[in-house]
Design a protein around this ligand. Structure first.
Ligand code: CA
Ligand code: CA
Length: 156
């Protein structure tokens, strides 16, 4: 099981991280899409000293984690800065063209609502399951599917 950094401990346990990774694997069993969760305490400061917007940070991570290189451009990143209580979702062009802005807004609202109830594991698991269903609809899994990106939670 994963080591849980100190900033994460009060919010998620190793068991929670494991459950999230299993949910990603289960979601990807039905789709060629790739889902990744990245958690860090705070949205880092940009060089000019101002905090990055969560979406800008998530886009940076999307590229940094190589998520733009999936065959069908259907990677989705769930980004949460837990201490800052900020989150952002980035879907690659393939999936974005199919679900549209309203889908992301709804998914995001569902996460925010669960975080407000202090249910971080539920917030993330629910988002992964919902994404899995959307990805399965537009990008069903093929027999030759490859797990293009790790299912484990990426931690700063
Ligand atoms: Ca895959
Ligand atoms: Ca994967």
């Amino acid at each position: 099981m994963a080591d849980v950094p100190r900033w994460l401990r009060r919010r998620l346990t190793a068991e929670d991280l494991d459950a999230i990774a299993k949910t990603v694997a289960a979601a990807e069993a039905r789709t060629s899409g790739e889902i990744r969760v990245h958690l860090e305490p705070r949205v880092p400061r940009a060089r000019i000293g101002k905090s990055l917007e969560p979406l800008a940070r998530a886009r940076e991570l999307f590229t940094g984690l190589g998520m733009h290189r999936t065959r069908d451009r259907n990677g989705v990143l769930i980004y949460v800065a837990l201490v800052d209580q900020k989150l952002a979702l980035v879907g690659d062009d393939g999936i974005h063209a199919r679900v549209g802005d309203e889908y992301w807004a709804r998914l995001r609202d569902g996460m925010v609502e669960r975080f407000r109830r202090e249910a971080p594991r539920e917030a993330i698991v629910h988002a992964v399951e919902s994404l899995g269903a959307a990805l399965a609809e537009h990008f069903p899994r093929r027999p030759d599917d490859v797990d293009e990106l790790p299912n484990t939670v990426s931690l700063e």
